[in-house]
Design a protein around this ligand. Structure first.
Ligand SMILES: Cc1cc2nc3c(=O)[nH]c(=O)nc-3n(C[C@H](O)[C@H](O)[C@H](O)COP(=O)(O)OP(=O)(O)OC[C@H]3O[C@@H](n4cnc5c(N)ncnc54)[C@H](O)[C@@H]3O)c2cc1C
Length: 862
C-alpha cells in the first residue's frame, strides 16, 4: 500500500546538531517540508551539551566545518587550530541564523516514539510531552555521541556535594577554586578537562580505569600552510577531503612500520608527536592499525613520552596505556594532560588496583581508601552510535521494534537504512564511517545522499523506500570483513559497544574509509538504487544485490593493479610475461620467518630439477609437503610462491619442498606432470635424508601447480605409489573446458582472466592433449582411491567452478574431500601472504588440513 494521506511534513528529523541543521537546509532547498525536533533549547547538538572546560574539536577547525556553503566558508574565520566549544557553538548558531533554520526547529522536544503506519505509508512521531506529528520520512540525526552513559557506580545519588557530567555541563560554567574535586574517567572529555580543572581546584583526584593514548595538540593560531592550501583552491581541497580515507586530505603512507629502520621509525614518530594531529597517528605508517608488531612500536614510543613527561615514575607507569593497541580506542589530543600529573595537588588513582566501592555522602570510597570531595565530575562517556537511536521506541513494519531488531547488534544497509523500517534514515548510523572520520564530511555526505534519494523518489512517483535483506546482510558482512582485518575488534572500546554493560560486542562503524564508502553509496544509486525496494502508487522497482562482495583488501590490490594500467598479460611475449611476474614478486612482503630455506636439485626424468626446501624452526623430523607453484605451466618458480610456501611451512609445521617442474611452451604437456611425479617419488625415497618422516608425504599446489598435484595423486595411485596421505588443491585447474559459468562471470577484472587462461592452455597443451586426464584430471574415468583432499576455490576466479566440480567428483567416487569456498577472494589473493590479510583464516585452514592429513591435529569439525 502506498501513500494517499498527506502527512504534517515530508520529513521529520530528530536533532539540531551539525547533521540536523544541514539536513533542514538541504531539504528546504529541494522543496520538501521539514521539521526538526530537538530536546535541547537551542541548536548545536554536541556543542550545545558538552560545555566542560577544555572542550574542543580534535580535528582541525578548517576541516571540522561545513563545506556546503561557499559564502559561509569565507565569512567565518576560526581563531584557533582546534576551536573551543564556545566558538564551535557560535559557528552553528551563526549557520542557523544565516539560513533562518530555527523557524522549523521545535526545541525542548524529546522524541519518545516513532511508529510506521503501513496503511498510510507514513511515520507517526510522539514527543515526551505527548505531542504528535506525522511525516513521510523520518530521520534520526540524533548523533553518535549524544546519549550519555550513566556511571556504573554504587551510590551516585548519595553524594552531598556538587555533581557534574561533562556531557551536560552547566551553561553558566563552574568555578572549582578552593575545592577538592574528583574526576572519574580518562577518555577524551576527561583528558581535555583535567588540566583546566587542575588549574582551579585546590586538590584534584583523577580516577582512571583505562589509561588512554593521548598526543599533544600543539594548539595555536590557524596554521598558515594549511590555510593557504585551503584558500588556494577551496573546492579542490573539499573534494579531496570527500575522497580521503578519514575526511581530511592527507597523503596516505604506503610504508609499513617494520619496513624502515628503528631510527627512521623514531624520526617519523617524533614528527607525528610534533604535528599534533589525531589522524597523523595512524598515518605515520600504513600498517599501524593492522599489524600488532608495528602498532606496538608506536605504543612504546608514546609510553616513553609519558615516562619522560611525568616525573613520578609510578604515576607515569599507571598512565601508560596497556592491553589495547593505539588507535583501536579513540585516541586523544591534549593540552598539558600528562604535565598536569606533575602538579603537587593532582593525584591519580588506578581503579583496576583500587576499584570504587561506593560514592558516599562526602566523597568516594575505594577498596582501600576513603576520599572526601566538594565536587565530583563524571566524564564517563556515551552509549555510542546506537544509544540515541534505540532510546526512541521506533516501531517499523509488522510491529517490529528497532531495539529488538538490533538486540544482537545493529544491522543496516550503508548505515543509512534498516530492513523493516521503511522511509527511516539514520545520519552517520552504525555501518557508516561516522566516528572514524571527520564527522562533518560524513554528515554532509549522508545528508546529500538522503536529499538526492528523496528527490529521486518524488520525481519518479515513488514514496516508500526500504533496503532488501540481501543488501543489508551483504553490507553487514562487508562492514565485518573490513573490521576483521584490523586490530580494532581486539579492543574493549566504545567502537565495540564494550563500554556499556549488556551491549552486544560488535564493531559499530565502517572502517573501510570515507572514500570507499562514498564510492559504495554512489554506486548503489548509479545501479538503480541497488539493494533497495522502492514503491509508489501502482509501481515498484528493485534491483536487488550486494554492493561490495570482494574482500576489502583484495579490492585495494585490484585498485592498485588498475592504477598501473598494465597491458593484459596475454598480450605479452612469454619472456616479457615472465619478466613481469618476477618483477611483481620482488615487491611483496617476504612471508614469515621459518627455520631454514635450502635451494638444491633433484633428479628429474630428463635432467635435474631445482627445488627449494622450507624447514620449520621446530625440532624434526617433520612430515613433508611436495608443493607445485602456480603460473599456468608457463610462469613462476620457487620465488613466485615463496611467501606462500613459508606460510604453509609455518602453519603446518611441515617441510615444504617446492619443485620447479619444466615449463611450457619450451616443454609442453606432459613434461610438467612427469616431472612432478618423478619429484614426488624421489622425495618419498629420500624423506629421511631431507629431515622428513618416511610415509608422511602430502602434495599441494596452487592453480596450475594444483593441477599437477592432483595429477600426481592419480599417477601415484595408478603407478603403485608412492603413498600420499593428502592433497591440498588451491584454485586448481582441473579441466580444459573454458565455458563454465565462472569463466563467464569472472572473465575479466580479477587478475586471472578467461583470456589469460586460454593463453596458458595454448602454450601448455595441444588441443588433443588437453582432454588427457594428466592435463584435465577431472576427466579421469576413475577418481576413487585418491588421497583425502582439501579443495579451496575462490569466489571471483574463472577456475572456481572446475575446482568445485573436481571436489564433487572425487567425493562422489568415495574420496574424503573437504571444500572451502573462499568468499570475496580472487585467484591470486590467497597466496598473497602479508598483503591480503583477509586470506589469513583460509591459509590457516590449509595448514590445519595438512596437519590433519598427517594425523597431527584433531579432525576438523567442518
Ligand atoms: C566532546 C566531543 C568532541 C567531539 N569532537 C569531534 C571532532 O573534533 N571531530 C569530529 O569529527 N567529531 C567530534 N565529535 C563527534 C560529534 O558528535 C560530531 O562531530 C557532530 O557534532 C555530531 O553532530 P550530529 O548533528 O550528528 O549529532 P549531535 O551534535 O550529537 O546532535 C544530536 C542532537 O540530537 C538530539 N537528540 C538526540 N535524541 C533525541 C531525541 N530523542 N529527541 C530529541 N532530540 C534528540 C540531541 O539533543 C542532540 O542535540 C565530538 C564529540 C564530542 C562529544
Amino acid at each position: 500500500m502506498t501513500a494517499q494521506i498527506k502527512p504534517d511534513f515530508d520529513v521529520i528529523a530528530v536533532g539540531a546538531g551539525f547533521a540536523g541543521l544541514y539536513l533542514l537546509h538541504r531539504l528546504r532547498g529541494l522543496g520538501f517540508s521539514a521539521k526538526v525536533l530537538e530536546s535541547a533549547d537551542d541548536v548545536g547538538g554536541t556543542w550545545y551539551w558538552n560545555r566542560y572546560p577544555g572542550a574542543r574539536c580534535d580535528i582541525q577547525s578548517i576541516d571540522y566545518s561545513y563545506s556546503f556553503d561557499p559564502e559561509l566558508e569565507t565569512e567565518w574565520q576560526w581563531s584557533e587550530r582546534y576551536a573551543t566549544q564556545p566558538e564551535i557553538l557560535r559557528y552553528l548558531e551563526h549557520v542557523a541564523h544565516k539560513h533562518d533554520l530555527r523557524r522549523d526547529i521545535q526545541f525542548s522536544t524529546r522524541v519518545e516514539v516513532a511508529k510506521w503506519d503501513a496503511d498510510a505509508s507514513l511515520w507517526h512521531i510522539r514527543s515526551e510531552a505527548g505531542e504528535e506529528f506525522s511525516c513521510r520520512f523520518y530521520v534520526m540525526a540524533s548523533g553518535c555521541l549524544s546519549q550519555p552513559k550513566a556511571p556504573e557506580i554504587e551510590g551516585t545519588d548519595r553524594f552531598h556535594g556538587e555533581v557534574y557530567y561533562t556531557s551536560s555541563w552547566p551553561h553558566e560554567g563552574v568555578d572549582f577554586s578552593g575545592k577538592r574535586v574528583a574526576v572519574i574517567g580518562t577518555g577524551s572529555s576527561g583528558i581535555q578537562s583535567i588540566p583546566l580543572i587542575a588549574e582551579q581546584a585546590q586538590a584534584l583526584t583523577v580516577f582512571q580505569r583505562t589509561a588512554n593514548y593521548s598526543i599533544p595538540a600543539h594548539n595555536g593560531p590557524m596554521p598558515t600552510e594549511k590555510l593557504a592550501q585551503l584558500e588556494g583552491d577551496r573546492a579542490l581541497y573539499r573534494e579531496a577531503a570527500r575522497w580521503s580515507r578519514a575526511g581530511v586530505p592527507i597523503e596516505p603512507n604506503e610504508e609499513g612500520a617494520m619496513q624502515v629502520s628503528a631510527e627512521e621509525r623514531q624520526r617519523r614518530y617524533e614528527a607525528m608527536w610534533g604535528a599534533g594531529e589525531l589522524l597523523g597517528i595512524a598515518g605515520a605508517f600504513s600498517d599501524l592499525l593492522v599489524d600488532p608488531v608495528s602498532n606496538e612500536t608506536l605504543c612504546e614510543f608514546v609510553r616513553d613520552k609519558i615516562r619522560a613527561t611525568v616525573q613520578d615514575q609510578a604515576t607515569a607507569e599507571l598512565l601508560c596505556p596497556r592491553g589495547h593497541f593505539i588507535g583501536t580506542k579513540r585516541p586523544c589530543l591534549d593540552s598539558n594532560y600528562y604535565q598536569t600529573y606533575n602538579l603537587p595537588h593532582v593525584r591519580l588513582v588506578d581503579l583496576r588496583e583500587h576499584p570504587i566501592s561506593s560514592i558516599t555522602e562526602q566523597g568516594i570510597d575505594t577498596s582501600d581508601e576513603t576520599f572526601e570531595f566538594d565536587a565530583i565530575v563524571y566524564a564517563t562517556g556515551f552509549d555510542a552510535m546506537t544509544g540515541a537511536i534505540v532510546a526512541v521506541d521506533i516501531v517499523g513494519r509488522d510491529d517490529l521494534s528497532l531495539a529488538d531488531k538490533w538486540a544482537n547488534g545493529p544491522q543496516t544497509y550503508l548505515g543509512l537504512m534498516t530492513v523493516g523500517f521503511p522511509n527511516f534514515f539514520t545520519i552517520t548510523g552504525p555501518g557508516s564511517p561516522s566516528v572514524l572520520s571527520n564527522m562533518t564530511v560524513s554528515i554532509e555526505q549522508h545528508v546529500e545522499w538522503i536529499g538526492d534519494c528523496l528527490s529521486y523518489l518524488s520525481s519518479n512517483g515513488l514514496d516508500v523506500i526500504e533496503p532488501t535483506e540481501t543488501a543489508e546482510a551483504g553490507w553487514l558482512q562487508h562492514v565485518n570483513d573490513c573490521a576483521d582485518i584490523t586490530l580494532y575488534p581486539r579492543a574493549d572500546s566504545w567502537y565495540m559497544g564494550a563500554n556499556v554493560p549488556g551491549k552486544p560486542r560488535v564493531f559499530l562503524p565502517y572502517v573501510g574509509g570515507v572514500d570507499t564508502y562514498r564510492g559504495a553509496c554512489d554506486e548503489v544509486v548509479s545501479r538503480d538504487y541497488l539493494g533497495f525496494r522502492l514503491q509508489g502508487p501502482g509501481k515498484q522497482q528493485c534491483n536487488d544485490g550486494v554492493v561490495r562482495r570482494i574482500q576489502p583488501d583484495v579490492a585495494l590490490v585490484l585498485e592498485f593493479i588498475d592504477s598501473l594500467a598494465l597491458p593484459p598479460m596475454e598480450s605479452l611475449s612469454v619472456d616479457d610475461a615472465r619478466a613481469f611476474s618476477i618483477a611483481m614478486a620482488a615487491e611483496r612482503p617476504a612471508g614469515p620467518e621459518i627455520g631454514e630455506i635450502i635451494d638444491k636439485v633433484l633428479p628429474g626424468p630428463v635432467g635435474e630439477l631445482c627445488y627449494r626446501l622450507y624447514r620449520p624452526d621446530t625440532p624434526g623430523p617433520h612430515p613433508i609437503v611436495a608443493y607445485f607453484h602456480g603460473g599456468g605451466w608457463v610462469l613462476g618458480g620457487a620465488d613466485s610462491d615463496d611467501p606462500f610456501c613459508r606460510d604453509l611451512c609455518a602453519q603446518s609445521d611441515s617441510i615444504v619442498v617446492s619443485i620447479n617442474y619444466r615449463h611450457a611452451p619450451e616443454d609442453k604437456f606432459p613434461a610438467a606432470p612427469n616431472d612432478g611425479f618423478a619429484a614426488v617419488q624421489w622425495i618419498a625415497d629420500n624423506a629421511g635424508m631431507l629431515g622428513g618422516i618416511p610415509g608422511q608425504l602430502a602434495v599441494a599446489g596452487w592453480s596450475a601447480g594444483a593441477n599437477i598435484a592432483a595429477v600426481v595423486c592419480q599417477m601415484a595411485r595408478d603407478g603403485g605409489g608412492p603413498g600420499i596421505v593428502g592433497q591440498l588443491l588451491l584454485n586448481p585447474v582441473t579441466d580444459c573446458d573454458l565455458t563454465r559459468q565462472s569463466y563467464i562471470d569472472n572473465a575479466d577484472g580479477f587478475v586471472l582472466t578467461t583470456a589469460l587462461m586460454q593463453w596458458f592452455w595454448d602454450h601448455y597443451a595441444d588441443s588433443a592433449d588437453r582432454v588427457d586426464p594428466r592435463a584435465s584430471p577431472l576427466r579421469a574415468s576413475d577418481l576413487s582411491n585418491l588421497p583425502p583432499a582439501l579443495v579451496v576455490t575462490s569466489e571471483f576466479d574463472p577456475l572456481c567452478d572446475e575446482g568445485i566440480a573436481y571436489a564433487e567428483a572425487m567425493s562422489n567416487a568415495g574420496v574424503s574431500v573437504r571444500h572451502i569456498s573462499a568468499r570475496g577472494q580472487i585467484h591470486t589473493s590467497l597466496t598473497a601472504v602479508g598483503v591480503v590479510l583477509s586470506g589469513a583464516p583460509v591459509r590457516k585452514e590449509m595448514g590445519a588440513a595438512l596437519l590433519e592429513f598427517f594425523g597431527t591435529a584433531p579432525p576438523s569439525e567442518l
